[in-house]
Design a protein around this ligand. Structure first.
Ligand code: ZN
Length: 240
């Protein structure tokens, strides 16, 4: 299981500023399953659907953060894919630590910006007539945004936190060595995440997500070793 090609098995949703947003077919299956799980939170099933759509809207804003930040430093960004494990912005940032750091950090910064927006909406933005489902919905959005922010900042490569760590190390150590250290830490974190998902959360979905991260971390770890050994080719960047 590796990161899918942006158009393979996916259908185009819309284009915005030259960025094609696509949806992977498997998203629909997981959406049905997740909506089923969210049903108990609300009186009306429609709110469970809204919640899942809102989750992906927030993920999409996060990915646009990566894409526009990458462009702002001279990089390329033409595709965003939404799939059951979140979103992927396919970016090609210039090979400089500063440009790379900004391209990665901009994603979580979108979630940081959403914290006060959702907080104000929750406390002052809802009309008096808002029903319990509406209040719960906005409250859940606030929570989801926080979870997305914290989860993305975990220093587990290729999560944003792991890539931010890599960018910071890159300033002093160069690209391959920074990648080696970041992915080394990521491998330990990835294994811990799988254990946490299986033992603590008892969530197969979370374990699969952690397994996907671990596999990609392992591939990047091997790539960094190959680069250090023979200064081999460098893969394009992908920001989750
Ligand atoms: Zn991200």
């Amino acid at each position: 299981m590796t990161t899918p090609h942006p158009q393979q098995g996916a259908f185009p949703l819309f284009r915005f500023k030259g960025i094609q947003v696509s949806l992977h077919w498997s998203w629909l299956l997981v959406a049905l399953w997740q909506i089923q799980r969210n049903r108990e939170t609300y009186d009306l099933v429609a709110f469970a659907v809204f919640e899942y759509l809102a989750l992906f809207a927030m993920v999409l804003l996060h990915e646009f953060g990566h894409a526009f930040a990458s462009r702002s430093v001279g990089g390329r960004a033409e595709n965003i894919l939404l799939w059951p494990f979140g979103g992927i912005a396919y970016i090609n940032a210039p090979r400089r630590p500063g440009a790379f750091l900004w391209s990665i950090a901009a994603g979580p910064l979108v979630n940081v910006a959403l914290v006060p927006v959702l907080w104000l909406l929750l406390h002052y933005g809802l009309p008096e007539s808002a029903g319990p489902d509406t209040v719960t919905f906005v409250y859940v959005l606030f929570q989801i945004n926080l979870v997305l922010l914290i989860f993305n900042l975990l220093p587990i490569y290729p999560m944003d936190g792991g890539q931010i760590l890599q960018a910071l190390l890159w300033y002093r150590l160069g690209y391959p060595k920074a990648l080696l250290i970041a992915t080394g830490i990521g491998l330990v974190g990835g294994v811990a995440l799988i254990a946490l998902a299986l033992i603590y959360l008892e969530s197969v979905y979370s374990a699969l997500l952690a397994g996907f991260l671990l596999l990609n971390c392992w591939k990047a770890f091997q790539a960094s070793r190959a680069m250090l050994a023979e200064a081999g080719p460098v893969d394009p960047l992908q920001a989750p």
